[in-house]
Design a protein around this ligand. Structure first.
Ligand code: 9UX
Length: 75
């Protein structure tokens, strides 16, 4: 079943940061879309749509791989 969840990510300050996070999360199996609402130097919101519910730990690992921090999950 399609799923839609939001994550809070800190450490992003520019469009390249957004691209890096979007690419890493977008590479996860099942992910169909990534949208980032950038808050420079603050807590950005990352909305992820996927074919099936994602394990938040996989998203955390992807964010970490891009060099940023996942600080919260909602939905
Ligand atoms: Mo540009 Mo974003 O150096 O870290 S990629 S600020």
């Amino acid at each position: 079943m399609a799923s839609d969840s939001s994550y809070r990510v800190t450490g992003m300050t520019c469009g390249h940061c957004v691209a890096a996070v979007s690419e890493e999360i977008g590479n996860l199996a099942g992910v169909t879309g990534v949208e980032v609402d950038l808050v420079e130097g603050g807590e950005s919101t990352v909305r992820v749509t996927s074919d099936t519910a994602l394990d938040p730990e996989r998203v955390r690992a992807a964010v970490d791989e891009a060099g940023y921090q996942l600080t919260g999950v909602s939905g």
